[in-house]
Design a protein around this ligand. Structure first.
Ligand SMILES: [Zn+2]
Length: 310
């Protein structure tokens, strides 16, 4: 397999391992978030209880004011009654005092009810406050444990990314940049195997040309449909190679049958001319050696002698 591709598959596996850690961290942090949410909701409850207490106290104050006013009224009427000039006036004052007394009784009843309510509110307040205190302690503990557990995972991630860096340095940087671009949208399925001649990212079949390129494995091949980087798994390579051989065989057979008789002839004639010309050139060199041998230059004589010796 292509060396860059082999390493890219390893890098993709490492990235997959790293992204599996993200939900782990999220789950741990969620534990804390849920407790913080619970605390917030308790704070709301506490605020509502305190506001109810305030409201009740205000209502008590109003009732007390009404009691005071009615008590004054009764006192005033008693003073008036001693100076009453007629029976009618006396009766009116008595009636007024009667109403004031009723109002006082009513107000006292309201105050008693409100005080009972306040007592129950205060009980609730103490209960919620206690829950909040417990929760705050729990949150502090959870925070520490979450931080520790997240730190462990982050250390694991550091090791994982170190491994990735080591491998990445062994590949052409362009390949890494190309992979990271695909990873932006394809995430953990950026480098996928081809199964039964289909991309396992988009599950669409790839054509024979791309498939052959993949078998040759000279360059990095991407899916023509989705753009993911493709590779063949070992068992897929075996079956692919046997099908490639049969494909090549059929391609050869096709070539033979498609050859026209003319072209075959011309090939034969080419062969014939090649033979002829080589024979002629051999002849001419033999002649020229013979001629030069006949010449009187010493060097050429020696060459001729050497030639005859041979
Ligand atoms: Zn695809």
């Amino acid at each position: 397999m292509n060396n860059d591709l082999l390493k890219l598959i390893k890098i993709a596996e490492i990235d997959k391992k790293a992204s599996a850690k993200e939900p782990e961290i999220a789950a741990i942090e969620e534990e804390l978030e849920l407790k913080v949410k619970e605390l917030n909701s308790l704070e709301w409850d506490l605020e509502a209880i305190r506001s109810d207490i305030k409201k009740s106290k205000l209502e008590i104050a109003n009732s007390e004011l009404s009691i005071a006013e009615n008590s004054d009224k009764i006192a005033q009427n008693e003073a008036k009654m001693s100076n009453a000039k007629s029976e009618r006036e006396l009766r009116i004052l008595e009636a007024e005092s009667g109403i004031a007394k009723e109002k006082i009784t009513f107000s006292n009843q309201i105050i008693a009810d409100l005080e009972a309510k306040i007592d129950s509110f205060k009980e609730k307040e103490t209960e919620v406050q206690g829950k909040m205190d417990d929760l705050k302690t729990l949150i502090d503990e959870t925070k520490k444990s979450v931080e520790a557990r997240v730190a462990v995972i982050q250390n694991e991630l550091k090791t994982i990314f170190y491994d990735k860096e080591v491998i990445a340095k062994q590949i052409d940087n362009k390949v890494i940049v190309f992979y990271e671009k695909i990873r932006k949208w394809a995430k953990d399925t950026s480098v996928v195997p081809v199964k039964r001649q289909a991309c396992s990212g988009c599950f669409i079949c790839i054509n024979d040309r791309v498939y052959l390129e993949l078998i040759k494995s000279e360059v990095i091949v991407t899916c023509p449909h989705c753009g993911r980087i493709l590779y063949l798994e070992p068992n897929e390579i075996k079956s692919a190679e046997s099908s490639k051989e049969s494909a090549l065989d059929s391609a050869k057979r096709e070539k033979k049958t498609t050859k026209t008789p003319d072209s075959a002839k011309s090939a034969e004639s080419k062969k014939a001319t090649a033979k002829k010309s080589s024979a002629e050139s051999k002849k001419s060199t033999a002649k020229s050696t013979a001629k030069s041998a006949g010449k009187s230059t010493s060097t050429k004589k020696s060459t001729a002698k050497k030639a005859t010796k041979k």
